[in-house]
Design a protein around this ligand. Sequence first.
Ligand code: UTP
Length: 297
Amino acid sequence: MRHPVTKAVIPAAGLGTRFLPATKALPKEMLPVVDKPAIQYVVEEAVRAGIRDVLFVTGRNKNALENHFDRATELEMILRRKGDEAKLLRVAESTDLANVHYVRQGDPKGLGHAVLRSKAHVGGDSFAVLLGDDIIDSRDPLLERMLEVHDQRDTCVVALMEVDTDQAHLYGIATVDATEEEDVVRVRGLVEKPEPGTAPSNLAIVGRYVLKPEIYPVLEQTAPGRGGEIQLTDALLTMADHHAQGGLHGVVFRGRRYDTGDRLDYIKANVQLAVEREDLGPGLRAWLKEFVGTFGD
Ligand code: UTP
């Protein structure tokens, strides 16, 4: 058994331009999905996988995020005075969840640059990266499996999902070789957001990574790529060629994932997660049936 992964890095410093104007003063990771900010689902996922040390990479507008994971003394006092235990618990949930730390990215120079900002905190151990706007449904464990593959093969691991061909240009796309395990592939090549119609496969990288610390010197050497940003995908491609470092593997995920940085996916995430809730589900389901009926054919 290798040294267990104990640290998670959650980049949340992007500009979130697809979601303007909502993200003018609020990081997109703080947008609520039903009644919790997207990023709280992500921290809960890390904790479920046994990781309680969480480093947020933040940018401008970080106050809302910091406040969410901090005590809300005044609010707690009012709720306590009212004897509203249920709401008090809801307020405390995010405070007690994990040991949170922050580092600023400065200019948003890309995901690779955001990950590089975690170097001093992470040090010499492997670590997980969870994108703060990407929610994996808690019923479909992914990070646990990625940690297992990292542990067994001593390799960097990315999460891969099959996407429709017409969506491939929105993702980093991998070319892969099969392994003896049905859900694990060896990554041979990667291309970040290929031009429409040129994607070498339909296997897209989604927002979960387990990385070895050897990625840091590679990131330091990675020149700005697509869009003038330091791309994590470019550094991962270098890791794929580092056979002495175990190369790069992918876990093919077939569960439910919601990209809350995309407006349509964000709306779907709200509906899907609310429909399954005991408190909101029955009312929403009944209304949805009626509403859909008004569309005609
Ligand atoms: P995205 O590409 O989805 O974020 O990055 P974005 O640039 O904010 O999105 P749009 O296109 O303008 O709407 C994926 C993740 O990486 C983080 C983002 O916050 C998001 O969680 N990120 C991206 C950083 O932390 N820093 C960056 O420089 C870029």
